[in-house]
Design a protein around this ligand. Structure first.
Ligand code: IMP
Ligand code: MG
Length: 449
């Protein structure tokens, strides 16, 4: 591995979203050409912002057209690489087209992107435009049937719980009232209802006591824990409002093929690599082994493991597991719904011992390696709730699914994997999830009216 490769790949690629960076680069051109930092040349801020708005919107429309072409070519009988694929090689597959021009105009009304003279369109501007476009798409071109949510950082702050006064709760109940199914797809892996109740009690209590939900709507929520390892359904008769669902009722045929031996072997290799990292970087961390995961957590909650060490650990474990696949001369396990799985090729997963996929990720304060990943977790939810028509073959489809999460960088991020089975929205904190759900409700309301 050359130094250049390390700089370009290991140190950079896993911390960049190339599609967003590319759009940001395109928008930087009109910003440089038309922004008027000093208000010279007799151009007022209003004229400048109108001109910048027109140029930005044109660019977003051009990208939208390129994306349409990318989707068309991917669906062709003999797929050809699209121009977009050539320009952004890591671009994935899309379940819906994205109305980027309309989404830009909507975000520009909120964020005044075109009025800025000193700060060019940013990563966050583009991320939020893409989210808006995705919300518009799942409510306009199809109808949203399943919304899945990550836990930490998406519904509540890292390591916290979903308390009764969390503003996301009424928004989630509102979705359930509209018959949208809910899945909480979290890496947090516990084997008992009590542990999940302690993290999610605010939402579960609200569902149990809300008088406007029908009994059927109350059951439109599941908890998928440990990425894809433990399924719990809502149960108003249980002390903790949840009942574990035996694996025999929800494992897909592919998941049934993950043998206990292969799972344990994968976790053994990961454990050895994690122990090496603790030793070589003298991390203030201790190892935690579970039946479907292995991770490192801080020895003292007041001491944080440096971000760089967490990232290094993820990359070391991921590489070690990938190399062990190669040593076994095996191919990597396809993600569920695998024809749409370009994104997975860049991610922190693969197959060990023929079929067991894994997800190694940086949880902000810890590193975990889980069996399976969120693509499996979300697809179990799609199957659990089933489609609404016979044509759906018992699955909610990718274009009827929205996964909301905070971890979408290609390596060391666990929500990224959900992109291969459904549409996604990338939020940065729980407040953004609340805003996103308000935006979604607005688009759903418009469609209904
Ligand atoms: P998420 O953001 O809801 O996916 O939760 C990720 C966090 O759950 C991790 O950062 C860990 O702190 C915590 N966690 C607890 N148990 C597990 C496990 O078994 N695997 C992965 N993460 C876990
Ligand atoms: Mg998270």
């Amino acid at each position: 591995m050359t130094t250049r490769y390390r700089v370009e790949y290991a140190l950079k690629t896993h911390r960049r979203d190339q599609f967003i960076e590319w759009i940001k680069g395109l928008l930087a051109v009109p910003f440089v050409l038309y922004s008027q930092p000093t208000g010279v040349f007799d151009v007022g801020v209003t004229e400048m912002s109108e001109e910048a708005h027109r140029r930005y919107a044109e660019i977003m429309r051009d990208v939208e057209t390129m994306l349409d072409d990318h989707i068309r070519l991917e669906q062709a009988v003999h797929p050809l690489p699209s121009k977009l694929k050539m320009l952004v090689p890591t671009i994935g597959s899309f379940f819906t087209r994205l109305p980027l021009e309309a989404a830009f105009k909507s975000q520009d009304r909120k964020r005044y992107i075109s009025s800025r003279r000193y700060v060019s369109p940013s990563f966050n501007d583009v991320r939020l435009i893409l989210n808006t476009a995705q919300l518009m798409a799942v409510t306009t071109y199809g109808s949203l049937q399943l919304a899945t949510f990550d836990g930490d950082v998406t519904l509540y702050d890292d390591g916290e719980s979903l308390e009764i006064d969390n503003p996301v709760i009424p928004r989630m109940l509102d979705l359930m009232r509209k018959n949208v199914k809910i899945g909480i797809v979290t890496a947090a892996g516990y084997t008992t209802s009590e542990r999940y109740y302690s993290r999610l009690h605010g939402l579960l209590d609200a569902i149990a006591t809300d008088e406007t939900l029908t009994p059927a709507q109350r059951h439109n929520i599941v908890i998928m824990g440990g990425e894809a390892n433990y399924l719990f359904e809502f149960d108003p008769t249980s002390e903790f409002l949840l009942s574990p669902v035996p694996r025999s009722r929800w494992l897909t045929p592919e998941m049934q093929a993950w043998s206990e031996d292969s799972i344990n072997r994968l976790l053994d290799i990961a454990e050895a690599a994690l122990r090496d990292c603790i030793k070589s970087m003298n991390l203030p961390a201790t190892l935690m082994r579970k039946d479907r995961a292995v991770g490192i957590i801080t020895t003292d909650p007041k001491v944080r493991i440096p971000r760089e060490s967490l990232e290094e650990t993820v990359l070391v474990v991921q590489k070690t597991l990938e190399l062990s696949v190669r040593a076994d001369h095996t191919s990597s396990a396809p993600a569920p719904g695998s024809s749409n799985n370009n994104n997975n090729k860049n991610g922190g997963g693969g197959g060990v011992n023929r079929v067991v996929p894994f997800c190694a990720f940086n949880g902000g304060r810890d590193v975990f390696v889980d069996i399976g990943d969120k693509s499996w977790g979300v697809s179990v939810c799609q199957k659990w709730f089933g489609g609404s028509s016979p044509a759906d073959e018992g699955m909610i489809k990718g274009d009827q699914t929205l996964h909301v999460g905070d971890q979408f960088l290609s390596a060391g991020a666990n929500d990224f994997k959900a992109r291969s089975v459904g549409t996604t929205a990338w939020i940065a904190n729980p407040a953004e999830t609340v805003e996103l759900l308000d935006e979604l409700a607005g688009f759903m309301g418009k469609k209904i009216s």
